[in-house]
Design a protein around this ligand. Structure first.
Ligand SMILES: Nc1nc2c(ncn2[C@@H]2O[C@H](COP(=O)(O)OP(=O)(O)OP(=O)(O)O)[C@@H](O)[C@H]2O)c(=O)[nH]1
Length: 367
């Protein structure tokens, strides 16, 4: 792939802050714990109620902050907090509704909050999580979603807010739906997402990938993907592949550290030799020194994780670590016979993509 194909500017939304709201016990803290702290869903069963606003910061492609407001807070009680300042400084409002509970009061609360939010920050993204759907049957999930969307629409109409854009997601911490929802929410805060998507489309086209994701390794949120639709099974396979790759990497870490030490000694030895061989042919000498310094440079940077695996159905999974805790994970139906040549092309293209990402990030830092 030609490097010029992968150039573009990259801007980061200064409002990369998500405000998490909802009634008590709707599941806000559990969502934060599961998505951003890798807590097992069952370990959230007995979480203490949150009593004051908490903020958590996550560094990924963007520096994301998630503020959780306790469910017991009444937004319009004599001001304990500067809500106006809070709402003007956030990029997205995520409202969590417990779908297993009686939700009418949650919907009233939501309508009041939306009215306030859009009045102080018209650019705000409003995201509604119809949460805990694991307790509902397939049919009932869709009925609940339809009912909630209808009622929210009616409430907003009553307030004269018919043009407000709201996204609804069916979520549960017991499956991948919560990650999928958060991925889509976080992506809305990445200002130049279209440019990134475009790069991934090009990478896909030149590398014969069927689907490609740019994942945040820790949270398993994908911060970008190519423009083809996301199939949840592809997402699940790729997210699990990250865990497998990281575990395998950890397994061989001590081994590779030993290897690195040996290589370092070897490189030092080479360097010493190159200094003592000052009278050697100057042409050879310069070549020799170049290779030594390359060795040392390579050693200075720890090698990024790269992992390739083939599933029983013939699908190939490809993972390559990128910058800022990100990993590129792709699915391909590459035939066994073309594998070797195709992999060198893929490696080459992914290396170019990584360089472009680095450039974009450098550019963003100086903005
Ligand atoms: N079945 C099911 N239960 C969930 C889910 N998410 C959270 N819960 C449970 O809901 C209960 C309340 O969750 P919390 O995360 O404490 O709720 P909260 O909104 O932070 O509550 P406050 O701190 O009181 O505002 C816990 O027992 C969780 O295990 C889910 O997706 N499905």
């Amino acid at each position: 792939m030609d490097q010029s194909a992968l150039s573009g500017s990259f801007e980061v939304d200064s409002n990369a802050t998500v405000l998490l709201m909802g009634l008590r016990r709707s599941g806000k803290s559990s969502i934060c714990k599961v998505v951003f702290h890798n807590t097992q869903p069952l370990d959230t069963l007995y979480l203490e109620s949150t009593t004051k606003p908490t903020t958590e910061n996550f560094k990924s492609l963007i520096d994301l902050a998630v503020i959780e407001l306790p469910g017991q807070l009444n937004l319009f009680e004599p001001a304990l907090y500067d809500y106006e300042k809070l709402f003007t400084s956030i990029g997205a409002l995520v409202y969590v509704i417990d779908s297993q509970d009686e939700y009418l009061s949650a919907l009233q609360n939501l309508a009041v909050i939306i009215k306030y939010a859009v009045s102080v920050n018209p650019k705000i993204h409003i995201e509604v999580l119809i949460h805990k759907i694991d307790g509902l049957s397939e049919d009932f999930r869709l009925d609940t979603q339809r009912d909630i969307m209808q009622r929210v629409g009616d409430d907003l109409l009553d307030y004269g807010l018919e043009g407000v854009q709201i996204s609804f997601y069916l979520t549960s911490i017991f499956d991948h739906s919560i990650y999928e929802a958060f991925s889509r929410i976080v992506q809305k805060l990445i200002y130049e997402l279209p440019a990134l998507e475009n790069l991934l489309d090009l990478l896909m086209q030149y590398s014969n990938f069927d689907k490609v994701f740019l994942f945040d390794i820790n949270s398993k949120i994908y911060v970008a993907t190519d423009s083809s639709p996301v199939d949840i099974q592809n997402y699940e396979v790729c997210a699990e592949f990250i865990d497998v790759s990281i575990d395998l990497d950890g397994l061989y870490e001590s081994n590779s550290q030993q290897q690195q030490q040996q290589q370092q000694q070897h490189a030092q030895q080479l360097k010493r030799n190159s200094i003592t061989d000052t009278f050697e042919d100057s042409m050879n000498q310069s070549q020799y020194q170049t290779s030594v310094s390359e060795d040392l440079d390579a050693l200075a940077n720890t090698k990024p994780t790269k992992c390739i695996s083939r599933l029983e159905n013939g699908t190939m999974l490809y993972l390559h670590q990128m910058i800022r805790g990100l990993a590129l994970v792709a699915v391909s139906r590459l035939e066994d016979s073309d594998e070797t040549t195709a992999l060198s092309v893929i490696d080459h293209n992914v290396a170019i993509f990584k360089k472009s990402l680095e450039k974009m990030w450098e550019h963003a830092k100086f903005r």
